[in-house]
Design a protein around this ligand. Sequence first.
Ligand SMILES: Cc1cc2nc3c(=O)[nH]c(=O)nc-3n(C[C@H](O)[C@H](O)[C@H](O)COP(=O)(O)O)c2cc1C
Ligand code: SF4
Length: 513
Amino acid sequence: MRGMEAGGVSAGKRRVYVPRDSAARSVGADAVAERIAAAGAEVVRTGSRGMLWLEPLVEVETPAGRVGYGPVAPEDVDGLVAAGLLDGQGESIGVVEDLPWMRRQQRVTFTRVGIVDPRSPEDYEAHGGLAGLRTALRMSPADVVEEVVTSGLRGRGGAGFPTGIKWRTVLGADADIKFVCCNADEGDSGTFADRMLIEGDPFTLIEGMTIAAHAVGASEGYVYLRSEYPDAVETLTEAIEAARARGWLGERILGSDLTFDLHVRVGAGAYICGEETSMLESLEGKRGQVRAKPPIPALEGLFGRPTVVNNVLSLASVPAILADGAEAYAALGVGRSRGTSVFQLGGNIARGGIVETAFGITLGELVDDLGGGTASGRPARAVQVGGPLGAYLPVEKFDLPMDYEAFAAAGAMLGHGGIVVFDDTVDMAAMARFAFSFCAEESCGKCTPCRVGAVRGVETIDRIRTGQEREKNLVLLEDLCELMTDGSLCAMGGLTPMPVRSAVRHFGEDFAK
Ligand SMILES: Cc1cc2nc3c(=O)[nH]c(=O)nc-3n(C[C@H](O)[C@H](O)[C@H](O)COP(=O)(O)O)c2cc1C
Ligand code: SF4
């Protein structure tokens, strides 16, 4: 085990943690880890804490906790070691857990990310892993479902549908075989929490899917993971093999009657394959095209069988719910938005990364207090929340609480929790045009309002931006938005008007230049 002897330090060698998360690797974490190992330390590769502006963030185990250094370039290592890094001395950022960024958070789903070695099942168990599954296996499937209903957990993939209610439908369906499918396509702009969870704590997802399997009576599961995430594919594949070898997957899981196995399938990079029915088509080896609903996947999903389709974060939240009880989870949050959400700060932001906190924190607290405002230092002007189909909100809306209903009332949505910040140089008419051109590019082509409407939308905005019959074309634009909202088969065409309308409503002056 690369992990946890008493006191945390093996004889003679200091233990130093360096992330192997791909965000950290992209800025040199591998070379930093090599240099620290060469200096005589025992290096443990972890996930990222989510403070991306500090990557590569090196942490040294000391009696006071893990002391952080970051960002550390490979060429900084020798000097830092000479100044006492291996003893937690020299110019550090202090104990990582005590940083204001960490203290403001309530990490439930991400509790182990950045702390454990994602390749070590022993480390996982030593940090509370499997407690949820063991509890679930002592309960009847129906009781597990009701526990998830009571927790108030809603789907973190975008639509916010109550997870327990979905599971109840699958449990109640009669079939020879049922499936649990994890949607890890993570196509939304500004989102990376699924990737960081899988790279930093893959056993949590495996445990969550296994609990789902027990709850609904499924025997087989698939994780649909995008090809743009090769490190996540490798980490999850290795973790599944390790879980199988330990009896955490396969027959008679942990000595129970449960049989469940898990497979990774890699998508080919189409945004629409994140839509659940398209994903199922793609998993079946077909072109990723949206299916009409009904029937819903919970009744006729993969290969026509009852199927749970849940996002990575929804499934990864389940082990903690079972381990600590639904009430503890439901005690966090506001209104009908219970528990925590993993918000992702990106775009033009000084401190980008992951913030897991209870629902109810405001947009402004996230962007200004935790995110530190824009990276450019110019005033923020707009944020897009919820991916490419989410609304653009002006800074006047920064007092909005992160809450599904509050966002819906403001003509916006939380989506997968991505927040992309723009400063005052942004041209919002260009962003509205981008919404249509993105839809035209990514549409599956099945229905006319989306397939044709997106192209007409680009043309209409071009006419507005070049001053051709501006008023008439703004009316036409609103007509087109109404038609796409009401007439599209799925939310791809149905929600594309959201960023467009929000840009016109809040930033109308950009359409009159
Ligand atoms: C165009 C489009 C793209 C989507 N992309 C994703 C995605 O990448 N990941 C995801 O979990 N859900 C995505 N969704 C939502 C899924 O259709 C579905 O609601 C979700 O996977 C259900 O899981 P949840 O209830 O846990 O959120 C997308 C939906 C649409 C319309
Ligand atoms: S709205 Fe767009 S993506 Fe959805 S089914 Fe219609 S054409 Fe396909």
